[in-house]
Design a protein around this ligand. Structure first.
Ligand code: ADP
Length: 622
């Protein structure tokens, strides 16, 4: 249980680690691609801003050129320049009401003479004495032909009633309507860059990770936008300028990371124009981008934690709920193994219902079969008892008259000297047959007595070789009849006495010798080999007779079994000798076995414990 929990925990932790590790890897990849998306987004936005700004400037340049070709403006300006000062106001009004409403980015406009003095203005309080061309590169401006234009660096300016803001001035020369070779002066328009950049920013650069900041500065590092923000440190601007200087020809966006003076890291896209004056840098707070990823990480960690807790909970639930039921099932199985077939699994469980049903059904079937078997065994046992009783009664009944016949034949034999030869032969035949019959009856009685458990062992010390010779004498007639050669071998010679029941040993050896003689061919050889081995006697009888077919080797010690070749060889024998011998050998703690090859002969072995060994005593008494 403890081990299971430990293994389970280890598996869960390993799984959590593997899962966590691979999730982190995926998150890292997501982070990379997220970062790439951010960069792409910034680059696209900055390029859009650059293109937008270019077109905006082009458009405003066209605007000033277009207005400078207006006949009314040209003619009125011509007349003002020629002294008609009273037209000043109407020209200012004309531009203010007829031209400026066409372009909301134009804040004001003025017509100036070649010295930059105002001839007319949309702003009435404008200072007439100043040089209103001074925001331009004069050399360029004076070279402009009809319809051509130029623009100034952005400037921060405020007009009367209008707050200071980022502006750019656009200029185009004005030529006399009557004499187009005569330049009257210039038309200057004031364009609101602030609102343009506000619009372009608002439309294009809002991102899911906040509103990036648009920085605008010129190639000297002067910052124009954001106006009241100096968050981009001088050194960062310098580094951006350097970047632009190194990348002069590239007007595509460059990704640049910067650190603000407050330590915040930003990531931005940069555009450096080669012809213009501006450098725009669109920057977003890196921490904001990362926070989304970090949030993802936190969620993964939380999910993993919850997963761990949940699986622990499920495990505890299963452990608690099912282990109880499994214990009940195991107990029932133990009961059954211990012989209690009345035990059944009574717990209910939807999870184990099939197992429980089949266990109970199996025990039912087992109980039924065993009770039937038990019944059968009882019947067989009672049949066996009846059979044993019958054999015992019959043998006893035969024995009484047999004893009389034996006694009579002995008496006859004693007084047979005067009888003719053939009659004496008949008496001898009676004696031999009756002797054999008596042996058989004794064997039957001993076997049934042993089977009934009524054998009483009488332990004595005796010499096995003497017993063997004694038996050989009784079997001598059969040996002679078959002309068999019998050899006895003792190792060591003489053998030590053995201490066991002489009658039991005699019975076994007699069976083995009888079989060897019975299943030998005429003039066969029999070797009786008795050896002392590890405090035991190994008694072996070897013949070169008919042998035992391999197919029946396993049935030789079964009661009443006789092999077909044995039946052909001899009608004597009923198939009880070996089963009885095995039972006797086992009762003294010995073993009985054989080696045989059909047609080549057999060797039967039996082991008998030596004199005085406690094992021998115990096994026989038991
Ligand atoms: P049986 O009275 O038939 O000899 P056993 O129980 O002594 O009965 O032997 C059982 C069977 O074992 C025999 O019928 C015979 O088939 C086989 N058997 C026993 N001893 C030998 C042997 N020495 N040679 C060949 N077959 C044997």
């Amino acid at each position: 249980m403890k081990y299971r929990l430990l293994i389970y925990l280890i598996v869960i932790i390993v799984l959590a680690f593997v899962f966590g590790f691979s999730t982190m890897r995926v998150l890292n990849q997501i982070e990379d691609s997220h970062m790439a998306t951010v960069k792409l987004h910034l680059i696209t936005a900055i390029e859009f801003i650059e293109n937008g700004t270019n077109s905006f400037f082009r458009e405003k340049a066209i605007r000033v050129s277009d207005w400078s070709s207006d006949g009314n403006i040209r003619e009125t300006a011509d007349r003002i320049s020629r002294g008609k000062a009273d037209l000043k106001e109407s020209l200012g009004d004309y531009i203010l009401t007829k031209k400026i409403p066409l372009d909301p980015y134009v804040l004001a406009a003025e017509v100036v003479d070649e010295q930059g003095k105002i001839l007319a203005s949309t702003i009435t309080q404008e200072d007439n004495e100043s040089d209103h061309l001074n925001s331009f590169d004069k050399e360029t401006v004076f070279k402009l032909k009809f319809g051509e234009n130029a623009f100034s660096m952005p400037i921060l300016e405020g007009h009367h009633g209008v707050a200071q803001q980022l502006m750019a001035h656009f200029v185009s020369p004005l030529f006399s309507l009557a004499d187009s070779s005569k330049r009257i002066g210039f038309l200057v328009i004031h364009v609101r860059l602030d609102s343009f950049f506000d619009n372009i920013r608002g439309e294009n650069i809002k991102t899911t990770f906040g509103n990036p900041k648009l920085y605008l500065f010129d190639h000297t590092g002067k910052i124009y936008l954001p106006k009241e923000d100096s968050s981009l440190a001088k050194n960062e601007i310098d580094s951006i300028l350097k970047e632009c200087a190194a990348d002069q020809k590239n007007e595509n966006g460059i990704i640049k990371e910067t650190t603000l003076p407050n330590g915040k890291k930003t990531i931005g896209a940069l555009v450096c124009t080669t012809h213009g004056w501006w450098i725009s840098y669109l920057a977003v707070d890196q921490a904001k981008i990362m926070s989304q990823i970090m949030q993802g990480r936190d969620e993964v960690a939380l999910t993993l934690g919850l997963f761990l807790l949940l699986t622990m909970f499920i495990y505890a639930f299963i452990e608690f709920n099912t282990s109880k039921k499994i214990k009940v099932i195991v107990q029932v199985l133990r009961d059954v193994a211990g012989g209690n077939l009345k035990s059944r699994v009574t717990v209910r469980s939807s999870f184990f219902s099939e197992i429980i049903q089949s266990i109970n059904a199996t025990i039912d079937a087992l109980e039924k079969t065993l009770s039937e078997e038990h019944e059968l065994e009882k019947q067989v046992a009672s049949l066996g008892r009846v059979k044993n009783e019958f054999i015992s009664i019959a043998a006893h009944q035969i024995r009484t008259p047999l004893t009389s016949i034996m006694f009579s034949s002995d008496e006859l034999d004693k007084n047979s000297k005067s009888l003719p030869e053939n009659e004496r032969g008949l008496i001898q035949m009676i004696k031999t047959s009756v002797g054999k019959l008596n042996d058989f009856i004794n064997f039957l009685l001993a076997a049934t007595r042993h089977e009934n458990g009524a054998t009483r062992f009488n332990l004595t010390s005796f010499a096995l070789n003497e017993l063997t010779e004694e038996l050989m004498e009784t079997l001598d007639a059969d040996i002679l009849k078959k002309e068999l050669g019998v050899t006895v071998k003792l190792t060591p010679d003489p053998l030590p006495n053995i201490y066991t029941d002489r009658e039991a040993v005699k019975q076994v050896i007699q069976n083995l010798l009888t079989n060897a003689i019975r299943y030998s061919k005429r003039a066969g050889k029999i070797l009786i080999d008795i050896k002392l081995k590890d405090k035991q006697i190994e008694f072996a009888v070897q013949d070169n007779g008919i042998g035992i077919p391999a197919s029946v080797k396993d049935q030789i010690f079964i009661k009443f079994f006789r092999a077909e070749n044995a039946k052909e060889q001899s009608r004597d024998g009923i198939g009880l000798g070996l089963s009885f011998s095995k039972s006797l050998a086992e009762s003294w703690g010995g073993k009985i076995w054989f080696e045989s090859k059909e047609g080549n002969g057999s060797t039967f072995y039996v082991t008998i414990p030596v004199v005085g060994t406690p094992e021998a005593k115990n096994s026989i008494i038991g």
